[in-house]
Design a protein around this ligand. Structure first.
Ligand code: FMN
Length: 244
């Protein structure tokens, strides 16, 4: 197996003098040809696949709070938006999925690009070197909230969330409990101060939702707004529109 140093050396450019000479020109023409153009748009020489911006990568965790359907709808929306998803479900998430919906955990796994076991601490999302754009825990139980707040990292969900915080990446927690104790509220306050977004899936009534499905779509849409993703399937506030 190659050592990390050997791998690094494979990607390290040789020491090239800064002034441009004939030998350097040929080096760039062969090794760095995609950057050799003096044109404003250095991407115009790239093949189409390389010109496409890399897909967004989002870690999705589902825990045992009620509201499993929110995690399911979010995964479906991310699939529609061509976002690469990395999914972890806790044991109690699997129980609530079975109890609250007509889906099985296996169906939910098939919605994600990559799935990991909740005890699989060696998964890529356990490391800051894995480049993800952010993470959302939906729904987020008070137990997982407490674990993330303390940096306890005893399962892959709290570890991946811990990584998001230490790497200063986006972490959205769709916390679900009511009423809230001072312990819950303190945990939320501490995490929001650490950079997480506390996002309880609280419905809005100003859209006059026709059913609970529309309320869920609005919540999921607003959660994905946090990642600059637009599901396009809920009504946004545009000022009063009085009905006659
Ligand atoms: C049907 C059901 C609904 C639950 N709803 C909530 C909830 O809304 N919020 C919460 O914090 N815990 C809720 N719980 C309790 C959690 O599942 C429990 O605390 C569990 O240990 C959470 O573990 P996890 O975060 O690893 O999934 C619920 C449990 C069940 C069985």
């Amino acid at each position: 197996m190659s050592s990390p140093r050997r791998i690094r050396s494979l990607f390290t450019l040789p020491n090239i003098p800064m002034t441009k000479g004939p030998s350097q020109t040929s080096f760039f023409q062969t090794t760095c040809r995609t950057y050799a153009s003096s044109s404003q748009d250095a991407t115009q020489n790239l093949p189409p696949a390389a010109r496409t911006p890399p897909k967004k990568k989002i870690v999705v965790a589902m825990t045992g709070a009620t509201g499993a359907i929110l995690g399911i709808k979010l995964l479906k929306a991310l699939r529609r938006l061509s976002v690469e998803t990395h999914l972890v479900m806790s044991k109690w998430a699997e129980a609530t999925i079975k109890y609250e919906t007509d889906f099985q955990p296996l169906d939910i796994r098939s919605l994600a690009d990559h799935c990991y076991g909740v005890r699989e601490q060696s998964a890529p999302i356990s490391s800051g070197s894995f480049r993800a754009d952010g993470m959302i825990v939906v729904p987020c139980s008070m137990k997982t909230l407490a674990s993330i707040r303390m940096g306890y990292s005893d399962d892959l969900i709290s570890r991946a969330a811990d990584v998001m915080l230490k790497e200063r990446r986006k972490l959205v927690l769709a916390v679900r409990e009511t009423p809230l104790s001072d312990i819950h509220l303190e945990n939320m306050l501490s995490l929001t101060r650490s950079g997480a977004v506390i996002f309880p899936p609280v419905p809005a009534w100003y859209t006059r939702p026709r059913d609970i499905g529309e309320m869920e779509d609005q919540s999921v849409g607003r959660m994905l707004d946090m990642f600059q993703l637009d599901t396009g399937d809920f009504e946004r506030w545009e000022g009063f529109k009085w009905k006659k």
